[in-house]
Design a protein around this ligand. Structure first.
Ligand code: ADP
Ligand code: MG
Length: 341
């Protein structure tokens, strides 16, 4: 599974790199890192590229140590072992939790970072996959309700037996942070891929837009299309990313619908969000995947401050009007464009 994931990520990045053959006139630097349980590639152009990427790498490691659900010393573990007591955590952790609550509220709880007790029962944290019984799911769903998280300054309180997991937002927050570090170090052209979640700074060296490959969820080692962006994050959640096939022959993916505790199966097989903030794009990619196609379209029409590519299980692609000219569909699937009312 890990190998397959690596191939997917590399193929996404390959499209990205293949589309940006620069003339090599300016200093550039690259980094390949394994962190947050995924492969990451960073590329920056400019005088300070090497230093900037070293600082970016340090930042990734710092955030991983705060946000990891498996690291005993992380902020997330402090919350998960708090037994209902208030704990003090970093500003980064609070910012992510508060954004998760906000987007949970906007999506009727489709994004619910307290899903962790249920996620564990499916074995997504250990790789020992199994289909929990309805009784077990109901037992653990009692501890799922992001609305009961309380934040106050740097303090966080969750009820006893509640556990959080920031996996749905952590990489997006991290790519925002990396972009800020690169900007502070006078880099104005860069692209990072954190496990296939891409974020871009400025434009390519030749002044053209970055090309980001979008994985075909029905054939994850191929691209279904390419989107051209600058200064944007392009973040995808899909049912092909981490899943297992149950004894019943069905596919169970790692994004859980907190309304019933089962992997989300609301008509979408992948959701790509394109916008300025990696944190928001990451949160929305997971939230709208759970929320389903109709709700995702309504959400976009209401907020209208991002673009998206939805792939449905009936093999159709829905894109928002803002990317009509910059998304190139290279698949056999039909594209429908939705517009603001
Ligand atoms: P990836 O991490 O593969 O890029 P996502 O950003 O969609 O994909 O995050 C999926 C992760 O989010 C899961 O592995 C799990 O840790 C967490 N998660 C699963 N379901 C939910 C949910 N309904 N709300 C919030 N987090 C979730
Ligand atoms: Mg996400």
């Amino acid at each position: 599974m890990l190998m397959k994931k690596l191939i997917c990520i590399l193929s996404a990045f390959f499209v990205l790199v293949a589309g940006c053959s620069e003339k090599n006139t300016v200093n550039s630097a690259t980094r390949d890192i394994f962190a947050m349980d995924t492969y990451m590639s960073l590329k920056a152009y400019g005088e300070n590229a090497e230093t900037a990427l070293s600082l970016a790498q340090d930042e990734i490691i710092r955030l991983e140590s705060l946000l990891s659900v498996t690291n005993e010393k992380s902020d997330v573990s402090a919350i998960n072992q708090s037994n209902g007591h208030t704990v003090s955590v970093s500003e980064d952790t609070v910012k992510i939790i508060e954004k998760a609550i906000e987007i949970g509220n906007q999506t009727n709880g489709a994004l619910d970072i307290t899903i962790y007790p249920v996620l564990k029962e499916w074995g997504f944290t250990t790789g020992n996959y199994s289909i929990p019984s309805p009784d077990v799911l109901n037992q653990y769903l009692k501890y799922v309700d992001y609305g009961q998280i309380i934040t106050n300054g740097n303090s966080v309180t969750v009820p006893e037996n509640f556990q959080i997991d920031l996996g749905a937002l952590a990489k997006g927050y991290t790519s925002d942070s990396v972009m800020n570090i690169l900007k502070d170090n006078n880099i104005d052209s860069a692209v990072v891929s954190l496990g296939g979640n891409v974020q871009t700074l400025g434009k390519k060296q030749d002044g053209s837009l970055w090309k980001v490959g979008i994985i075909n969820p029905f054939s994850p080692d191929t691209s279904m299309g390419v989107i051209e962006v600058s200064d944007k994050a392009v973040i995808t959640s899909g049912n092909y990313e981490r899943y297992f096939i149950g004894d019943d022959g069905n596919r169970y993916c790692h994004i859980i619908d907190s309304s019933d505790g089962y992997p989300a199966d609301n008509g979408l097989v992948s959701v790509t969000i394109i916008g300025e903030s990696g944190l928001i794009c990451d949160a929305l990619s997971t939230a709208l995947f759970v929320y389903g196609k109709e709700n995702a379209v309504k959400y976009w029409q209401e907020y209208n401050n991002f673009d998206m590519i939805l792939v449905s299980d009936d093999m159709t692609i829905t894109i928002t009007e803002g990317i009509e000219k910059t998304f190139q569909n290279m698949s056999e699937m039909q594209t429908k464009v939705i517009r603001c009312k």
